[in-house]
Design a protein around this ligand. Structure first.
Ligand code: GDP
Ligand code: IMO
Ligand code: MG
Length: 428
């Protein structure tokens, strides 16, 4: 059975957690393949609400096995905290959650460096979780992997090496000796905790694949935050795009059969950087309040904008999307008119594609098409035909313009508030 990748098609927070949890019912394995606890995935079902940062949303589906993959950066504290939170809430985790021995470990040093840079005038609005500095160490070949973390003597040696390399910056925060003590505080207990989950996850997934298991690969962040394909430098330090799923899960491209991109019915972004369709004022405040658009990880208000078709076309291209999910259609109820960006003007010239140069990304002016909009409560719609005519027209017009089927439409936070238009087509 080919694997399905679920990827954020915008700047993150599209509702990936809800959709992965929903689709997880039909999966045997769910794998997170990049990012770390910078992510915040909200899952709501049976009146319960969970905020997951590191552990795949498949953990909330009984029986589904979950992997934190090779490409993820793992803060042991966050990992332990999340496992304990789930266990406290009655979710069976042990035996169903596997942590890659190849994943890199986030230490307090990375968090200090992230914060220092953010507050030192070179910030891009990161989550300050140490994500960028950890990936930097990985690329610089001085990173510490879970396998190293589990080996006390390797770990001690590698920490001292890392402190030495980053000393010039770290001593601006506090004396190195103090930082070193913080890195080692509670290490032994945490090492034992992590050891229970650590595994060669590439082997596990390969065995599952050979048996015909259904594997769902879950991205964190979104396509426009991709290090290579996003709005650089206002991006995260990993590859959320579907190609990153192979690298970050340790599976080959031939494993993947389909890619679903999750987009909101409008656009949001947290952190700094270009956002061509951003709106401010009353409308932004209205959508932010109705859609509860505040970051799950940092609590920051999300920036709000209209749906941006050139941006989504770029996401379709860079991910090879075979289908789309549109979330939060309910939030646009009562908004008249609804605008959709169909192209841009750049210094007087019409352009159709999302530009690459940073100045152009800031300077483009959206060209809009307007839709009358729709009213009423969408939250009880369970079939596409239950939706008001204006809502259906909006979805179908976006689908036509993008040329990719919108197979799932989401009309509320909760699992059952989901309309599947063609279940068979999803997995390819
Ligand atoms: P993720 O990071 O992509 O998993 O998305 P987040 O969980 O950070 O943000 C999406 C928010 O929208 C969460 O609060 C979800 O519960 C909520 N959500 C998802 N789909 C819908 C929907 O169709 N309607 C509404 N009203 N909320 C939704
Ligand atoms: P989920 O998985 C939205 C943003 C940050 C910042 C940039 C870099 O919930 O969709 P980082 O801490 O990664 O170095 O910050 O990326 N960012 C997100 N925005 N959703 C996320 O995750 C994000 N994770 C990081 O706001 O602009
Ligand atoms: Mg989120």
């Amino acid at each position: 059975m080919p694997a399905l990748v679920v990827v954020g098609a915008q700047w993150g927070d599209e509702g990936k957690g809800k959709i992965v949890h929903f689709l997880g019912r039909g999966a045997d394995w769910v794998v997170r393949y990049q990012g770390g606890d910078n992510a915040g995935h909200t899952v709501v079902f049976d009146g319960q609400k969970y905020a997951l940062h590191l552990i795949p949303s498949g953990i909330l589906q009984p029986g589904v096995k979950n992997v934190v993959g090779d490409g993820v950066v793992v803060n042991p504290l966050a990992f332990e905290g999340e496992v304990r939170m789930l266990e406290r809430r009655g979710i069976k985790v042990r035996g169903r959650l596997f942590l890659s021995l190849s994943a890199h470990v986030i230490l307090p040093t990375h968090v200090y460096l992230d914060t220092l840079r953010e507050e030192g005038g070179r910030g891009i609005g990161t989550t300050k979780k140490g994500i960028g500095p950890c990936y930097e160490d990985k690329v610089a070949r001085i990173g510490i992997r879970v396998a190293d973390y589990l080996d006390a003597s390797s770990f001690r040696k590698l920490v001292r090496q890392s402190l030495k390399v980053r000393a010039a910056e770290l001593t601006k925060v506090k004396p190195l000796k103090k930082i070193e003590a913080e890195v080692f505080a509670g290490y032994e207990a945490r090492r034992r905790f992590l050891a229970r989950f650590a595994a060669d996850t590439g082997l596990l997934l390969d065995a599952a694949r050979r048996k015909g298991a259904r594997i769902l690969l879950e991205s964190a962040q979104g396509s426009m935050l991709d290090l290579d394909h996003g709005t650089y430098p206002f991006v995260t330090s990993s590859n959320p795009v579907a190609g990153g799923a192979c690298v970050g899960a340790g599976v080959g491209p031939t494993t993947i059969g389909a890619v679903n991109g999750v987009t909101k019915a409008y656009t949001t972004r947290v952190g700094l950087g270009p956002f061509p369709t951003e709106v401010e004022g009353h409308l932004a405040r209205y959508i932010r309040e109705v859609g509860k658009e505040y970051g799950v990880t940092t609590g920051r208000p999300r920036r709000i904008g209209w749906l941006d078709l050139p941006q989504l076309r770029a996401a379709i291209r860079m991910n090879g999307l075979t289908s789309l999910t549109m979330t939060k259609l309910d939030t646009l109820s009562g908004v008249h008119p609804i605008k959709v960006c169909v192209g841009y003007r750049l210094r007087g010239k019409k352009i159709a594609e999302f530009p690459i140069a940073r100045r152009d990304q800031l300077d483009v002016l959206p060209v809009y098409e307007s839709f009358a909009g729709f009213s009423g409560d969408l939250k009880d719609a369970r079939k596409f035909s239950d939706l008001p005519l204006g809502a259906r027209e909006y979805v179908l017009a976006v689908e036509r313009k993008l040329g990719v089927p919108i197979l799932i439409v989401s009309v509320g936070q909760s699992r059952e508030q989901t309309i599947v238009r063609d279940a068979k087509a999803l997995w390819g």
